[in-house]
Write a protein that binds this ligand. Structure first.
Ligand code: MLT
Length: 244
């Protein structure tokens, strides 16, 4: 499996994703929220680049069927229905609805990768489904980690390393790109006590200090969900429903 890894989304261009199978990772918390929203029955999640795009989409939708969700600095945006804690995305709040999601890094990374041949959202929760999808569809994957504040983040890099380890069945191929080697090596270093490593990540510590400790317990569960968010027609939907 040929693998290209971007450790932050800030440097990607259209050419990096065109004609590729692209996996966008944002463990804390956008992709964990997207996986949860679809698992809880949301019809679709529309990932946006910024406030303006979110507002524009919202004005064109029936107010009864959409929910506006997202964060700035980790906190709910004023006037939005929901923040970016996956635990807010219950059946009661999202079932049968479209969610417009506006986050600092995760939805921006997704919105920058829409020219991909196939585009899926990944996190620890749905790692197994993502690996199955890649194995069925391609022998060359591009993994885009959302990162945090334009820098690599430990949790996204470790999740990329876990995906690569499964795709490569534990054995790194040669040749390998530097960034894929970095993610895979880091995963090997930390995998014996992954939970402790993840909780020491800068973004995890920030969320804990804001009172979101339970989001860490939630987002760091590996293979806890089977939802595979797949991008088509400007939105992420469950891959199993795409032919509907
Ligand atoms: C982001 O997109 O930057 C994150 O999802 C931020 C957060 O943890 O809410």
């Amino acid at each position: 499996m040929d693998a290209e890894v971007f450790l932050t989304h800030s440097s990607i261009s259209e050419g990096d994703v065109q004609d590729r199978t692209v996996v966008v990772i944002d463990v804390l918390r956008a992709c964990s929220t997207i996986v949860t929203a679809l698992d809880r029955g949301a019809r679709a999640v529309l990932p946006v680049l910024d406030m303006a795009q979110a507002g524009k989409l919202a004005t064109n939708l029936d107010p009864d069927v959409y929910r506006l969700g997202g964060e700035r600095g980790g906190e709910k945006i004023e006037g939005y229905h929901l923040g970016n804690s996956p635990r807010e995305y219950t059946e009661e709040s999202v079932e049968g609805r479209d969610v417009i999601l506006n986050t600092t890094n995760g939805t921006r990374a997704l919105a920058q990768a829409t020219e991909a041949d196939h585009l899926v959202a990944a996190c620890f929760l749905n790692a197994g489904q993502v690996v199955n999808f890649i194995q069925r569809h391609t022998d060359a994957v591009t993994i885009v980690c959302a990162g945090h504040r334009n820098r690599p983040s430990l949790e996204d890099t470790l999740c990329a390393g876990l995906l690569l380890d499964r795709l490569w069945e534990g054995e790194e191929p040669y040749p390998v790109t530097d960034s894929a080697h970095t993610a895979h090596t880091l995963y090997h270093t930390d995998r014996e006590d992954l939970d402790t490593a993840l909780r020491g990540a800068n973004h995890a510590e920030q969320l804990a200090s804001q009172g979101y400790e339970e989001d860490l317990d939630y987002c760091f569960r590996i293979d806890a969900m089977s939802a595979l968010p797949y991008y088509t027609e400007n939105r992420l939907r469950l891959y199993e429903n795409i032919s509907d």
